[in-house]
Design a protein around this ligand. Sequence first.
Ligand SMILES: [Zn+2]
Length: 435
Amino acid sequence: MRILILFAIFYAHIFSAVVKESIWRSAETFSDYISRKHIPLGLLKEISPEDMKYVSEIQAGERFYELEENGTLLQMLIPIGEEMQIELFKKRNSKEYTFDIIPIAYKRVADEVSVKIDRNLYSDIDEKTNNPRLGFILKTMYKGSVDFKRLRKGDRVVFRYVQKSRLGKPFGQPLVKSSIVVTGGKKRFAFVDENGNVWHDIKKKIRYSKEGRRTVVITKSRFIKKRNRRFTMPVKKGHITSRFSYKRWHPILHRYRPHLGVDWGAPRGTKIYAVNSGKVIFSGWLGGYGKAVKISHQGGYVSLYAHMSRIKVRKGKYIKRGEIVGYVGSTGRSTGNHLHFGLYLNGKAINPLKVLNKKGISADRVKITTKYKKVEKYNIVKTKTVAIEGAQEEKERLLKILESKERKSYRWDDIASAFIYVKDRKRYENENRRF
Ligand SMILES: [Zn+2]
């Protein structure tokens, strides 16, 4: 109080200037204002088009400051957003004014508030601080956690906050950094990090991903066209003398016997051809079949050429469809020159005439499935608990405030008038300006 009086006397003595807070009138334009304040209109021409944009940002109802002496405007400051302000300034010993856009000079007030609930949170905080926005910010911080309507008389709230101050008044939103609400015997902590996120603990769970490696079995299937599916005739001449049968009258044995092949009667020496490409798996004397050859083909087929007079291929040889295997004869148990031709599928005799010279004896396509192992990378998402930076320190400070005796808080009204003068005096002294 003593300081306040001292300054008041000081200013009254040196300046007769007065700072007043004004409110921008609705429907008043900047040039209206200039006229009303008897500022030469030539000033408008000196404002660049770029700066004129900011002039049009002035909102009706905006609070601003005017420094006047005997009804003459010496200086005017009106904020454009939270950081910059328009300044009109009367040149010394001149009727001219300067227009400028300058940073808003504000200071930060950091304070700790401890409130015992008497009526309700809002009015109790307001009474202590004269900054009603604090209560609403606390409410947002505890949304979904504490219902402030349910706070009872005697419950306690402590919080720490920072408020920008301009010419002694709160400027912009206060930033509540941390708080503890004591209600129902529980202490509810809230902490606001530098990104504005609210936490209700000193730790948080975070998700992070880690690269892992694993071996996977990959199964790939593809279809390939089955080659050599076509079987051609083993002889080009001759006629069928005996067909495939599981039971036929055997002229030599005079019994019923199966005939697991087809006989072609043909002159001795008639060429016998491989019905398909494959590997010779037998070449030589084969009991009753006499001189015979067996060829193994793709798809599980084996062809047999029997009673030959002469064999032309050796065991183990790969031959192509149509190559000569040998010549017609009557070796082994035979009644005359003929070719006995047998065809086996997976070891079982089948009727060759159902296969020879026919297309599509089996599926056109064969499915080939291959499996292989591969090491691949993948992301493992894990969670871990980490400390919230600064939260523990804040909590400890708040707990200390809770334990200590109630103390006075910064009340925004109390210092306002003194502050305006101090602020202005500094500004003008610094810039070597006098009124
Ligand atoms: Zn036969």
